[in-house]
Structure formats: C-alpha cells, structure tokens
Write a protein that binds this ligand. Structure first.
Ligand code: ZN
Length: 225
C-alpha cells in the first residue's frame, strides 16, 4: 500500500477564483504533478467553470469537473438560484446567502476520494479563516476535524493543505506576486458573484473583498515602487 502512495502529487480543489488559482500555482511549485478538481453544483455562472478550464489548459494542469448538482437541490442559495439575489452586504447576525451548506465538506470529501484512487495523499484548498466572511467551513478547526474524519473513513493518511488559512486577501495577492503569477491571478480568474472575470463588477461582497485586499497589498507591500 505504502508503495502506491505518491508524495510528489497533489490534488487542488479549484474554482478558478483568486484563492484557488493562487493555491494551484503554490502547489505547482511544490509538487511534480498537480491535478485540479472543480465542481459543477449548478452555479449560475458557468463562466466560473470555463475560467477554471481555461487556466488549467493554458498552464498544463490536468483538470476534472465533477458533478455536484445534488448540492443545489439540497441547499438553496444565491449562487445557484436565479430567484435569490446575492446579499449586497454581509449580514451582521446571520450567514450571508452566498454560503452553501455543506459545500466545503462535500468538495473536500469528494476531492479526497478522487485523490485516494490515484494514490495521492495531499489535497490543497484555498479556504481562509482570516477572510472567511462568516463561513463556518472555512475555519481551521473544521479542516482539521474533516482531515481526521477522512483518514478514519478511508483508512488512509490524507494531508489537507491550506496555504491561505492564516493570511488575508492582501497577503494572498503578495503570495501570488511571490509565485510570479500576479497578472495571471489578476486578469484570468473569476471571483465575482455576478460572473465577471478579472476586476469583476466591483459591487458584490466578493469583488469588494478582492479589491480592498488588492489596494491594501499595493499600499503595504508596493508603496516603495
Ligand atoms: Zn462582483
């Protein structure tokens, strides 16, 4: 069994957004081979999946899109339902309606099942507790707990890696810069809840978070230039 384990490979949970694209290039620096896995959960903006596909094709990463339509059926949310608008502001005492119950739990679980079939132990995800917008499944305690559960469920030693866990959006831009992929992340990724690539619509919570992070990154790390 041990012989089949491949420490030179990693599976990246990949949405085509800023965070997971930064993680994809982070993994490419670390591993000989990276396999990206995206999920089709009925998101309104199929462009997100196109973006993921394009990035993988352009930078030579093997890419798989797994069907997760069940998620939309079970957990109505503003990312999949045309009749629910995305919250303009993050509510103070409730989860934003962009939160999808069970999403990271299912994505990471299926990515792990996928990884094990190939003898891969390392699974990379771009979740961050620093800028987590109140999403409970972006917290470190959740990831650590799931890691233990996955190991027990499949009798396998998964390592869930979270390079962005303790850094904010500004530092995520810095990481992209350090990896030499700032322009790729800036122009070729899609984070916007309204499905607009690059700088996005500028109005939705995801665009605001991304833009504020970029301005902070410029100010803190690039003001001398
Ligand atoms: Zn937007």
């Amino acid at each position: 069994m041990q012989d089949l384990i491949n420490k030179e490979k990693a599976v990246v949970v990949f949405s085509g957004g800023q965070d997971s694209t930064t993680c994809l290039f982070w993994a490419k620096k670390r591993y000989e081979e990276v396999v990206a896995v995206s999920f089709d959960y009925g998101q309104k903006h199929k462009l997100e999946l196109d973006c993921a596909k394009d990035i993988c094709k352009k930078y030579g990463v093997e890419h798989h899109i797994l069907d997760m339509g069940l998620l939309n059926q079970l957990a109505p949310n503003s990312l999949t339902r045309v009749d629910i608008d995305v919250d303009k502001e993050v509510p103070k005492d409730a989860l934003p309606n962009t939160f999808v119950d069970g999403r990271n739990l299912l994505f990471l679980t299926f990515a792990a099942v996928f990884a094990k079939q190939r003898g891969i132990t390392n699974v990379v995800t771009g979740v961050s507790q620093s800028d987590f917008s109140g999403y409970p499944d972006c917290r470190d305690v959740f990831v650590k707990s799931l890691n233990v559960t996955l190991n027990l469920s499949m009798d396998y030693q998964f390592v869930i890696e979270t390079p962005l866990m303790w850094i904010d959006k500004a530092e995520t831009w810095k990481l992209a810069d350090d990896l030499g992929v700032l322009d790729i992340v800036k122009n070729e990724t899609l984070t916007c809840y309204n499905g607009i690539k690059g700088n996005g619509c500028g109005e939705c919570p995801a665009c605001k978070l991304r833009k504020n992070g970029y301005l902070k990154y410029k100010k803190e790390f690039k003001s001398g230039e």
